[in-house]
Ligand binder design. Sequence first.
Ligand code: HEC
Ligand code: HEC
Ligand code: HEC
Ligand code: HEC
Length: 387
Amino acid sequence: MNTALFSTSSAWLKAIALGSLVLLTACERPPMESVQHGYRGTGMVQVYNPRILEDVVAANQVPAALEPASAEGPKAGQIYQNVQVLGDLSIGEFTRLMVAMTAWVSPEQGCNYCHNPANFADDSLYTKVVSRKMVEMTQHINSNWKTHVAETGVTCYTCHRGQPVPKEIWFTADSQPQGSNFIGDKAGQNSPHINQKLGSLPYDPFTAYLLGNEPIRVGATTALPVKGAKGESIQRTEKTYALMTHMSASLGVNCTYCHNTQNFAKWEGAPPQRVTAYHGIQMSRDLNLSYMEPLTDTFPSNRKGELGDVPKLNCATCHQGAYKPLFGAPMAKDHPELQALRAAVAATAMEPAAASPDDAPAAASTEAPAATEPAPATAAPAAAPTQ
Ligand code: HEC
Ligand code: HEC
Ligand code: HEC
Ligand code: HEC
């Protein structure tokens, strides 16, 4: 018997035991709670960690709504000099929204985060120009993306939570940070990043799917190989899993919240949440393309990413760990002015300081999907290939 081999393998065993101990310390401490989500016998349960859930609950509380304001009296557009979007609100409604926006976005900095205190009509602060676009974006979400946000809707608080920069934003990542070195194509992988829960999957699945429109497809859609089956490339498969990891983590759910894991690709038998998520992907892409990217010249360079792109949003920007943002609290109903799209009017007194495509916000709205129609997708989920 070769003892040398034997002792080497026991050294290996020790190393493995030590290694798994180190790995286990990174695991979440039991007990977990599990809740049935699919039909009986499908094993579609949701596993929750009650300790993590506590933090998510704390982060998803809703601030009290302000008293409603009277719609009587002169309109903001008649009294103020440079009101381009909210002109049809009464002075009372307009002021109420300004107070709410301050509480939602810049409670510490106050009105002056967006305003030049010497002249409230002045558009010289980029934050004000961005906010005007944000008002339009919020109205667009609430009126044209009901397929995703339903009647619950969103307000500035859904994303901002009392901070000028939302907690969860993303930039296009440099997929080959060291240039072309001898290691070959890094393909944006193998660097632990919170985007994919510190895994080795691609750390930027967003540029491909929440800005671009690459197919969200994998190499194999069945558990066992099927003769003649043709799947996607390994790179696309990895990016798809990275996106799915982000989606699960953003909502604080498992894969079975949206999939019948017997067949991930199949729409039939999958929970209805998958269709909502499908619209969520389309919506996030639309918001990044129609509202965030046009602000590229408005944002100062210190707010941009390493490649000079604007900050963008993903599922976590709104959801922040909850299956519905703020656990579905219908905050937007207290702000009817953020519900309907308002056609922007040209400034009466002064031109906006920033020469941005902001001048033509109507363009974004005309491309918007109709409220009751499914998202502007080439293939609606129902028409997606089932197998
Ligand atoms: C997060 C950014 C933001 C904050 C904070 C904010 N505002 Fe505004 N404010 C705006 C935007 C955007 C407009 C232009 C709206 C439009 O074009 O329809 C505006 C317009 C105004 C106007 C109209 C000025 C004019 O003559 O054209 C007044 C008055 C005003 N805000 C008051 C306030 C007050 C008072 C506060 C603090 C309680 C405040 N705002 C906080 C973004 C903000
Ligand atoms: C769907 C999510 C979402 C909603 C809703 C939203 N925002 Fe934003 N907002 C963002 C993102 C993403 C950014 C970019 C973050 C950055 O500036 O780095 C941003 C940036 C801003 C900024 C610039 C902050 C800075 O210092 O760079 C202001 C001001 C702002 N939003 C105001 C508002 C107002 C006012 C509303 C409501 C009318 C609103 N936002 C609604 C996602 C949102
Ligand atoms: C919030 C809902 C949601 C969660 C959670 C989710 N998915 Fe998905 N998944 C979707 C949607 C929607 C699509 C289809 C996207 C499309 O076709 O545009 C999809 C597509 C896929 C596909 C591609 C199937 C094909 O057609 O090739 C795979 C594989 C997949 N998901 C695996 C996972 C895994 C693994 C997890 C858990 C880590 C997960 N998903 C979590 C909603 C979800
Ligand atoms: C603009 C904010 C916003 C963004 C961005 C967003 N969501 Fe949502 N999402 C909501 C709101 C609001 C609801 C609640 C709708 C309701 O009450 O039915 C919701 C509901 C859902 C639901 C239904 C949950 C349930 O139990 O019925 C799923 C699934 C979901 N979102 C997935 C996603 C995914 C995946 C993404 C990213 C691709 C995403 N969302 C991006 C705001 C957002």
